[in-house]
Design a protein around this ligand. Sequence first.
Ligand SMILES: Cc1cc2nc3c(=O)[nH]c(=O)nc-3n(C[C@H](O)[C@H](O)[C@H](O)COP(=O)(O)OP(=O)(O)OC[C@H]3O[C@@H](n4cnc5c(N)ncnc54)[C@H](O)[C@@H]3O)c2cc1C
Length: 395
Amino acid sequence: MNSYTESEERQALRREVAKLAGKYGREWFTERARAGEKSTDLWLEIARNGYLGINLPEEYGGGGGGIGDIAAVCEELAAKGCPLLLMVVSPAICGTIIARYGTEDQKRRWLPGICDGTGTMAFAITEPDAGTNTHNIATTARRDGDEWVLNGRKIYISGVDEADHVLVVARTEDAGTGRVRPVLFVVPTDAEGFEYRPIPMEIVSPELQFQVFIDDVRLPAEGLVGDPDSPDAGLVQLFAGLNPERIMAASFSTGLARFALDRAAAYAKQRTVFQGPIGTHQAIAHPLAQSKIEIELARLMTQKAAALFDSAAAGDGALETAAGEAANMAKYAAAEAACDAADRAVQAHGGNGITQEYGMAGLLVATRAGRIAPVSREMILNYVAMHSLGLPKSY
Ligand SMILES: Cc1cc2nc3c(=O)[nH]c(=O)nc-3n(C[C@H](O)[C@H](O)[C@H](O)COP(=O)(O)OP(=O)(O)OC[C@H]3O[C@@H](n4cnc5c(N)ncnc54)[C@H](O)[C@@H]3O)c2cc1C
């Protein structure tokens, strides 16, 4: 990458993924969703082409690239109307954490399946009572001889029905200090005591969200990710997942925003009710032009965040801090750009904007979710107020 553009290799990757996603497209995606079917064919084709694990190390089946590569894949899929939320979760959050902090045995066991699409991993931190305040999670992990015993409840967990495992965040009491600390476990979705129930959501997607019930789930010692004796391991692991999560969420949003804008511009060029197409009127053209600018700004920030994150991988603390700030800003900007683009696209379509045939109204909810998850716009504003502006913590 030079100062302003992505490398030729990254641009070629984008073109290839766009071509692949174009074979499926929005109509295929929404038909699947409405029929209660899955997007597995697309998932496996992305995997077969080496795109699913493109950010993960080659020795475990990945492509040896960075977060910028998988973010580009995620964005191009969404830009063709096929946004895959599980890309944010499985290869980017879970894959990054396990590749960085898993034991050798854990990497060999779980990463190849994440890369080839046969061992998708969901991620569960959110709880009904803790919500945004993840310090308050109540899912517990208790040691019982050689095993761990997990109990708790999770909510809004994406893709549990498509996953073989869930990376579950729990808390345990440090035997030495008595301090409560987070710990991460890989829980098989068919484990005894592990149950899940879909939450009826208004998002039109084959990927669903679930309530998860964890009742006396027993795991072997090696179900705990990383070094069991390191007191802060879980916290460090969680932090490692945050920037990938935000960069991917930003790419998911900019992709959706591009899709909405492309459809709106195409419609505004051909729909005529007075003289000339409706795109002639500045009341239609200017909001779309505004969206074009906002999307490009958000993409630029996302690419900057990804480049900083990938350069910081060698352990440069200052770069890591800069990556965190940029990832938060990118996620914020992308979600805002996407919500506005979807709203303007619906408006440009008039009544057709609300029909299932044109499929634009569904984008309102899909893009709106980006202001809430995986981290809300308010928490990003809190972060920027505190870390970028040095203002006092408000919560
Ligand atoms: C589509 C979708 C997919 C999801 N997938 C997953 C997943 O796979 N895994 C997972 O673990 N979670 C997932 N989530 C959960 C998501 O991360 C949470 O919804 C999100 O973190 C917000 O938590 P909450 O819904 O409990 O809202 P709450 O915490 O109840 O917050 C409600 C509102 O209050 C605001 N608020 C709270 N505290 C403050 C504060 N201090 N300052 C300012 N405002 C504040 C919030 O910003 C929000 O607007 C998903 C959610 C959605 C919608």
